[in-house]
Design a protein around this ligand. Structure first.
Ligand code: DGY
Length: 316
């Protein structure tokens, strides 16, 4: 049986698969073109996909022998899940193993934006540091402030858990109230209240039809002028052009981006603002996490190809 991997993943996962199947792994530096993807999936029994691969009807139809589409990510908005399901193809993701790493990046962004870490570092490197001054790089206090979390799933909860150490008041908005929110001292509120009351906002929701542009111009206008917003989930949850305008006009204090509406493109002008931190979608990018993701994705494929239901099916 053949497993097609659209972009090289850590060796441990590939090794597990090579013990059992023929593995066709793309080793190039750039990405496969659509035509190449369609060609290579033709005789594949399984495919391991990346969050940037659009797994649409055309791709699914081309994979005539496919039994599983195993996404190397927790998010799976790149896959037409309904269509795959209709065709009897499993779709899996890699939850849990990347929760802590992604929550760390949300916090890295909160701290970096609030305390102006990137411009301050640049200032020293450029030889501009002349000595301590009372007004040098004043930022925003985090301790004791209100953190609003949009999406209180695994990653949202891990972000909330870290906030306890910062003595923060945590509020959250989610499709529904979370049963164990007391563990995080977090209070369920409606989205408007969250946007009006938060000093820091962390987006941790999946991208779905319901969350697309959840933060549009009307919602973003509710933010405090001192608010800082960070997104480690999916770019299209926020109307990026509107957010850019607010940041450019100083209507909010800052933002941290790990994801973008039209990734890998960013809204023109964002790169010139000094109240933003821009990361290249590295939420889960630690050696340990990426290795665990590779093992998990391989185990899902092995289960599917050996006739078992994979553990991380995206539908229950
Ligand atoms: C995911 O797995 O969905 C993340 O966005 C990767 O960092």
């Amino acid at each position: 049986m053949k497993v097609f991997i659209t972009y090289k993943i850590p060796e441990k996962g590939i090794k597990l698969l090579k013990e059992k199947f023929h593995v066709d792994v793309y080793e190039g530096k750039n990405f496969l073109t659509k035509g190449e993807m369609l060609e290579r999936v033709k005789d594949a029994d399984a495919v391991i996909t990346q969050l940037r691969d659009p797994i649409d009807r055309e791709f699914i139809d081309a994979g005539k022998k496919l039994k599983i589409i195993a996404n190397y990510a927790v998010g799976y908005n790149n896959i037409d899940v309904e269509y795959a399901k209709e065709k009897g193809i499993f779709v899996t993701n890699t939850p849990d193993v990347l929760t802590e790493a992604t929550a760390d990046i949300a916090w890295a962004l909160i701290l970096a934006v609030a305390r102006k870490i990137i411009p301050a570092d640049k200032f020293v490197r450029e030889g501009k540091f002349e000595g301590w001054k009372p007004h040098l790089f004043l930022g925003y206090e985090i301790y004791g402030k209100t953190l609003g979390i949009i999406g209180m799933g695994r990653i949202g909860k891990a972000v909330a858990r870290r906030a306890l150490g910062f003595g923060m008041n945590v509020i959250y908005h989610n499709r529904k109230k979370v049963e164990d929110d007391y563990k995080y001292n977090a209070k369920y509120v409606d989205l408007e209240t969250l946007l009006k009351e938060s000093d820091f906002i962390s987006i941790n929701a999946p991208l779905t039809k319901e969350t697309y542009h959840l933060l549009d111009s009307e919602k973003l206008s509710l933010l405090k002028p001192t608010a800082i917003i960070v997104n480690t989930a999916r770019g299209p949850i926020v109307d990026e052009k509107v957010l850019y305008d607010l940041l450019k006009d100083g209507k909010i204090a800052g933002a941290g981006f790990d994801v973008y509406e039209n990734e890998p493109k960013i809204t023109k002008g964002l790169e010139k603002l000094n109240n933003v931190v821009l990361l290249p979608h590295i939420g889960s990018a630690t050696f340990q996490t990426r290795e665990k993701m590779a093992i998990m994705v391989a185990e899902n494929v092995i289960d599917a190809l050996e006739g078992r239901i994979p553990k991380n099916l995206v539908w229950k």
